[in-house]
Write a protein that binds this ligand. Sequence first.
Ligand SMILES: Cc1cc2nc3c(=O)[nH]c(=O)nc-3n(C[C@H](O)[C@H](O)[C@H](O)COP(=O)(O)OP(=O)(O)OC[C@H]3O[C@@H](n4cnc5c(N)ncnc54)[C@H](O)[C@@H]3O)c2cc1C
Ligand SMILES: NC(=O)c1ccc[n+]([C@@H]2O[C@H](COP(=O)([O-])OP(=O)(O)OC[C@H]3O[C@@H](n4cnc5c(N)ncnc54)[C@H](OP(=O)(O)O)[C@@H]3O)[C@@H](O)[C@H]2O)c1
Length: 280
Amino acid sequence: MVSETKAKIVYRELLKEDLVVIRLVPEGGMPEYQTGQFLTIGVPIPAEKKIVRRAYSIASHAENRDYFEFVIRWVRKPLPGRVTTELFYASVGDEVWLGDPSGTALQISEKMHDGKPDNRRVICVGGGTGIAPFVAFAKHFHDTNDKREVVVLHGASYVDELSYKRLFTHMEMESEKRGRDLWNCRYRAAISRPKEFFNRSWNGHVGRVESFFKPDKKTGLSPVEEMVGEEINPENTIIYICGYQGTIDGVIDSLGPKGFVTEHDKKSDGSYAIKYESYG
Ligand SMILES: Cc1cc2nc3c(=O)[nH]c(=O)nc-3n(C[C@H](O)[C@H](O)[C@H](O)COP(=O)(O)OP(=O)(O)OC[C@H]3O[C@@H](n4cnc5c(N)ncnc54)[C@H](O)[C@@H]3O)c2cc1C
Ligand SMILES: NC(=O)c1ccc[n+]([C@@H]2O[C@H](COP(=O)([O-])OP(=O)(O)OC[C@H]3O[C@@H](n4cnc5c(N)ncnc54)[C@H](OP(=O)(O)O)[C@@H]3O)[C@@H](O)[C@H]2O)c1
């Protein structure tokens, strides 16, 4: 049975007017959970005289026993979202309701279909706030000294929505410093509205995040393959995606011809190389 607990807002960082990072501490202490899961946040809506709950991906990793972190978009169109509006008006010290962590769609694969350890390169594809579970992934791999290669790709409309750029850049720099045999992390961002004035100084990858997988007509290699220095295939790489269905479909369109199938559509031997959670 799903249980609920009260939780206090202990930190609130407004990244821009409609994007916030919040940290919550449950009243009875942190429950056990798996990196990559989500949970429901419930807030009382006075006009409806009830608690309304919505799912949010946990951006902190399971080894963090101090708080849950979330990155949340304030939904304002066509009408203000009920839960996000309450959350954006909430302050440090206010209380909300938390459901149990749940979801297996983005649980990290530890074993291959044949029972051998899954040591494949991990490519994480996050669209907008869909970066949340991959912040948790990267911190989990880092803090557990996991030697797998981790590539994080983040797509956003505007440069100030690259919410964890500083953290991932720092993680990539640490790889260079310590050596990739000890910690192997790369990060690239894509800006999907490069022509807008606000993005005028962006000189990185342009387009939606799934375009990292589109092969170049001349070389046959995609930008992500250029980055990792080899062709990716289901034997050397597993892909995790969190974002709009269009993002998921775009990645599958590019990787399907290379033999990548999703966990929902495993091969006859039980193998797969794509896991995803859709915004719906
Ligand atoms: C597994 C999972 C993980 C998620 N993780 C995150 C996350 O990490 N971060 C994040 O920001 N979000 C996340 N979400 C989305 C989140 O659960 C909510 O859907 C989102 O925050 C909007 O909730 P809300 O109550 O503010 O909006 P709602 O009130 O539910 O509104 C939803 C939509 O309907 C529109 N609407 C509302 N009322 C009306 C009306 N009367 N007529 C017409 N349209 C209307 C709103 O404008 C909005 O577009 C996740 C969802 C899932 C399923
Ligand atoms: N797991 C989940 O279910 C989950 C997780 C997080 C957020 N959400 C909800 O999803 C909604 C939007 O999230 P957000 O604000 O984080 O995203 P966003 O910032 O609006 O968009 C992020 C990126 O996705 C692109 N995009 C927009 N529509 C797309 C589509 N149909 N197909 C492929 N790519 C698309 C955008 O490109 P353009 O610049 O071209 O628009 C942008 O590059 C919010 O309501 C949020 O609450 C759900």
